[in-house]
Design a binder for this molecule. Structure first.
Ligand code: FMN
Length: 338
């Protein structure tokens, strides 16, 4: 109890530094520089350029102050997948606790921290998939226990396996299901790129909203809309699958413009603060996903740590909305930029 009371961002980071020792340095700025090439691990692939580009692309945007207006209590609510959320922040799908984060938490403990931390802070969490199917199932079990309030993401496995994974998600009663199509190059697991026809077959064969994660071009966003995806996640997988891709903030504006509100656009990669959330929304996203900062929060403080991190980012977003004159999330547009 006294331990709970004392939890704050500093204690969370200190605990995370101990629990993630050898896997994540919990740097003052999480920018991919110290962990170059650490995949498996927490870093970016190869030279780490894709991870670093995510952070640098966001940092390059300047926003300007506007304080002569009536916005005092901005509203960060959003309705997505039929769910009222207090904040446009999603927890990103993360797995591989033993080989990526050192295993101080097992898959179930990690998923519990992520899903419950998101729910108590009014956000929505996700779970991921890794070579061992037990990892997808562990996440799914945690989401099922949370009345289905979470989004499991599966790898782009071969179709028969995809159907099995969809059935499991349907039985668990989840809000929506997704696929990180950008993981098509993994060698440790039978995965492959998906054609438009594959995606149509998948989407036609599930009753669940289906989210495609890992879209980086306008052409593929158009395909996602055409096949009936419920949303896309503009993502380069946190820079972990292909070296030298652009940062997501670089490709987001043209993708969001092309999608033009037909389906929600979520984005991830390098989002670290509420100001970063504001920037992504101004560039056209409806919501963001957060990866590494929530790993640090979850390892450092479990569900409470995750909730603390999301509340903090949401408060920063509110502050940034006051200082840029945005009452609602829809008011956040390119006008906030300098
Ligand atoms: C350790 C680690 C494990 C991940 N596991 C998955 C996964 O299982 N499925 C998935 O779709 N993405 C996975 N990702 C990618 C994240 O969902 C997300 O796209 C990325 O972390 C966002 O960038 P950020 O960490 O800079 O916020 C993982 C990322 C990390 C760092």
């Amino acid at each position: 109890m006294s331990e709970t009371k004392k939890m704050n961002i500093q204690t969370v980071r200190q605990t995370a530094r101990e629990k993630l020792k050898g896997f994540c340095r919990v740097c003052p700025e999480c920018n991919g520089k110290a962990c170059v090439g650490e995949v498996p691990g927490m870093g970016g692939m190869g030279t780490g350029t894709s991870f670093k580009n995510n952070v640098e692309a966001l940092a390059a945007y300047r926003i300007n102050l506007r304080t002569l207006h009536g916005v005092k209590k901005p509203n960060t609510q959003i309705k997505l997948f039929g769910q009222e959320l207090k904040t446009p922040i999603f927890g990103a799908p993360i797995t591989g606790n033993n080989f990526n984060m050192g295993g101080a938490l097992n898959e179930e403990e990690w998923a519990e921290a992520m899903i419950q931390g998101c729910l108590t802070s009014g956000a929505m969490g996700s779970t991921g998939d890794a070579p061992d199917p037990a990892m997808y199932k562990a996440g799914l079990g945690v989401v099922a226990k949370a009345q289905g309030l979470g989004i499991p993401f599966m790898k782009p496995r071969e179709l028969p396996e995809v159907f099995d994974y969809l059935r499991l998600a349907e039985e668990a009663g989840v809000l929506a299901v997704g696929m990180d199509v950008d993981a098509a190059g993994l060698v440790s697991i039978p995965v492959s790129p998906k054609t438009k026809e594959d995606l149509k077959t998948i989407i036609d064969n599930t009753s669940l909203p289906f989210i495609i994660k890992g879209i980086m071009t306008v052409e593929e966003a158009e395909i996602a809309v055409e096949v009936g995806a419920a949303a896309i996640v503009v993502s380069n997988h946190g820079g972990r699958v292909l070296d030298y891709t652009p940062g997501t903030a670089e490709v987001l504006p043209e993708i969001a413009a092309a999608v033009d509100g037909r389906i929600p656009v979520i984005v991830d990669g390098g989002v670290r603060t509420g100001v970063d959330v504001l920037k992504m929304l101004a560039l056209g996203a409806d919501a963001v996903m957060i990866g590494r900062p929530l790993i640090i929060a979850g390892y450092g403080g479990g569900a409470e740590g995750v909730a603390l991190a999301i509340r903090r980012m949401t408060n920063e977003l509110k502050q940034a909305m006051v200082l840029t004159g945005c009452q609602t999330l829809e008011d956040i547009d390119m006008d906030v930029f300098f």
